[in-house]
Design a protein around this ligand. Structure first.
Ligand code: NAP
Length: 250
């Protein structure tokens, strides 16, 4: 019996990167996991297969977020496989990086649509599916609390908005025993950061130097923090912003 045996989890953006790490960890703890993806069905199927090979249970659901009706379509897909959810992890997200003069209105709207609007409506339309005693975990970013990368201002603003959502939602859902928290990674080695980490000469070293622990984070580093909040051990932690940056803000 794992800590999450009998629970159902939905992890958005679980085909790759941090979301995949979270899906694999929650499945290892016994949860049945909905592996959500946007367009990369092959990667989602690989995640589902990896979970299955490790003895876990998962299914893939694909819906592009940031499009009209995205949340309702995602839940309709989910409903084909499961009849309720205990753990919702809003992980899917995109970045922006451009000097403010160059960031178009379309790009601004898109990053808010995927990173803020989609999680909001996923929760809104998921309220009836979310079981009492459940968990909502929103994947934020250390950039919501530091101005160290000002060209990512619009992205950082989306994560700050997500953090406010976590805080207010913790009050709204508290009476149902549902905890709501933000987990904020620092620089994690994923496709999202590959250009900086692997295609610049000193990217790895510069990223490692930002962390108090002197290395770049991995999806598993974040997934383990999420697993704590998802577990019964995390029952008294709600409305919290968990710094999972490896000490990058110190
Ligand atoms: P990633 O490697 O780029 O993976 C992104 C995941 O989100 C993929 O599963 C992708 O699905 C999905 N996704 C992206 N846009 C989507 C859309 N419009 N609709 C549906 N699904 C979409 O990203 P990551 O680095 O793991 O980041 C995951 C989360 O952590 C994000 O919220 C990010 O802001 C946050 N974060 C990351 C870092 C970091 O250093 N990596 C640091 C702080 C916070 P497909 O495979 O179908 O494309």
């Amino acid at each position: 019996m794992g800590a999450l045996t009998g629970k159902t989890a939905l992890v958005t953006g679980a085909s790759r990167g941090i979301g995949r790490g979270i899906a694999e960890r929650l499945a290892r703890d016994g949860a049945r996991v909905a592996v959500h993806y946007g367009t990369n069905e092959r990667a989602a199927k690989e995640t589902v297969a990896a979970i299955g090979s490790a003895g876990g249970s998962a299914f893939a659901i694909g819906v592009e977020l940031g499009t009209p009706g995205d949340a309702e379509r995602l839940w309709a897909e989910f409903d084909r496989h499961a009849d309720g959810v205990d753990i919702l992890v809003n992980n899917a997200g995109i970045g922006t990086s451009a000097p403010i003069e160059e960031l178009s209105e379309e790009e601004y709207d898109r990053v808010f649509a995927v990173n803020v609007k989609a999680p909001f409506h996923l929760v809104r339309h998921g309220l009836g599916r979310l079981r009492d005693g459940g968990r909502v975990i929103n994947i934020s970013s250390g950039l919501a609390r530091t101005a160290v990368m000002p060209d990512k201002v619009a992205y950082a603003m989306t994560k700050a908005a997500l953090d406010v959502f976590s805080r207010d939602l913790s009050k709204l859902l508290g009476p149902r025993g549902i905890t709501v928290n933000s987990v904020a990674p620092g620089i994690i080695d994923t496709d999202n950061t590959a250009d900086f980490l692997h295609r610049t000469e000193d990217g790895q070293a510069r990223a490692a130097a930002i962390s108090a622990l002197g290395r770049v984070g991995t999806p598993a580093d974040v997934a383990d923090a999420v697993a704590f909040l998802a577990s019964a051990d995390g029952r008294w932690v709600t409305g919290h912003w968990l710094d999972a940056t490896g000490g990058s803000l110190t």
